[in-house]
Design a protein around this ligand. Structure first.
Ligand SMILES: Cc1ncc(COP(=O)(O)O)c(C=O)c1O
Length: 401
């Protein structure tokens, strides 16, 4: 029987990054020696005290439904974090704990957007935003940003894209895939426009702790109370505490919006996993030196990978200020030939690097770029060195062909 799917299901594609990660895992399981730069997750173990908290929760029988929107203990830990890190005060009714930041964003898109609405999205963007917007029936309005300006938003270009149907702007600083960290000045200009045109600001701050070279992460909500009042702050424990599999993220924002998101969650997933919530409490309340150590290690890996990429002919790699991705420009390699064909776009280069060099990365197209590829610098330094040796040899072969 052929099933006619709902139109809404035809508007989205499976996550290209998760797809790539799954095929690499399959190849590794079959014994292939792949160096994996495709993962959107830290290669570290979840710290032991966090795992212990989940084990204790199982032993104590904390294994039943919890309140849909999250346990009070976790909401309090999130409120304390917002206050300590950004000076932001919220009520418990303004917090929704979901099954990952991705789920928080999904809930938000579903309760906020409808047919004809527009959402402004700086490009390059994280892969899930346009699909979540499309699933809600709304339209993504792309706001191109440039590598030469470190992917900063140009306020004039932003203003030019605002129409009476614009409902929100999505910010993701530090950003995936560019690693861009927005300055306080740019955030102030964006906030001024959001106030003038009555836009909701969606601020995805999942990489907030991964900032380098003494850069500062500024949460846009902290600029002024009136900005806080129109911002939904999205965050989670996945990246900061190497907890991607635990699926705990959260949104903090206007009470009515958060309540509607909670109602949707009550009719879909119900509460996030009980024991994962206990683990997230331990993460947020525990010794934060584990995070500093992870960020220090990521910084070494960042420097190693970027230096190596910058030395490869045909590859231009700016230094990413945050997150854990390098986003080199490979446009000089487009049009080059190899034994089995021509590199016509980033996807072709990624396929060539996988087959020729056994290294996995992600093409730029699903992030909105036809000139870049994305490499995670999450593997350790020896692994990055070996991967870069292979990358360099494969690119040299292209340049000489
Ligand atoms: C920008 C961005 N937001 C959200 C997420 C989702 O995180 P979570 O694991 O909390 O769903 C990711 C994960 O790759 C991301 O890169």
């Amino acid at each position: 029987m052929t099933m006619k799917l709902a139109t809404r299901a035809t508007r989205i594609a499976p996550s290209p990054t998760l797809n790539m990660a799954a095929s690499v895992k399959r190849m590794v399981a079959q014994g292939e020696k792949i160096i994996d730069f495709s993962a959107g997750e830290p290669a570290f173990e979840t710290p032991e005290f966090i795992r212990d908290a989940a084990i204790a929760a199982i032993r104590e029988g904390f294994t039943h439904y919890t309140p849909v929107t999250g346990i009070d203990e976790l909401k309090e830990a999130i409120l304390d974090k917002c206050l300590a890190d950004h000076g932001l005060r919220y009520e418990k009714s303004q917090v929704l704990v979901s099954c990952g930041a991705k789920h928080a964003l999904y809930n938000l898109a579903q309760v906020l957007l409808e047919e004809g609405d527009e959402v402004i999205l700086p490009t390059p963007y994280w892969v899930s935003y346009p699909d979540q917007i499309a699933l809600a029936g709304a339209r993504t309005v792309l706001l191109p940003t440039e590598e030469v300006h470190e992917y900063a938003i140009d306020p004039e270009a932003l203003e030019a894209r605002i129409t009476p149907r614009t409902k929100a702007i999505i910010l993701n600083s530090p950003g995936n895939p560019t690693g861009a960290v927005y300055s306080r000045r740019i955030l102030e200009e964006i906030a001024t426009l959001a106030l003038r045109y009555n836009l909701l600001i969606v601020s995805d701050e999942i990489y907030e702790r991964m900032v380098y070279d003494k850069r500062e992460h500024v949460s846009i909500a902290s600029l002024a109370p009136e900005v806080q009042a129109r911002t939904v702050l999205v965050n989670g424990v996945s990246k900061t505490y190497a907890m991607t599999g635990w699926r705990i993220g959260y949104a903090v924002g206007p009470t009515d919006l958060i309540a509607a998101m909670g109602h949707l969650q009550s009719q879909s997933t119900s509460n996030p996993t009980s024991i994962a919530q206990k683990a997230a409490v331990a993460a947020l309340r525990g010794d934060q030196s584990v995070v500093q150590e992870m960020v220090r290690a990521l910084d070494d890996r960042r420097q190693c990978m970027v230096k190596r990429l910058q030395a490869i002919p045909g590859v231009q790699c700016p230094v990413p200020g945050g997150a854990f991705y390098a986003f080199p420009n490979i446009s000089e390699l487009i049009g080059r030939r190899h034994a089995n064909g021509t590199i016509a776009n980033p996807s072709d280069l990624v396929a060539y690097l996988l087959s020729k060099a056994g290294i996995a990365c992600v093409p730029g197209e699903p992030f909105g770029s036809t000139s870049h590829i994305r490499l995670s610098y999450t593997p350790d330094v020896p692994c990055i060195e070996e991967g870069m040796d292979r990358f360099e040899a494969a690119v040299k072969a292209l340049m000489e062909a």
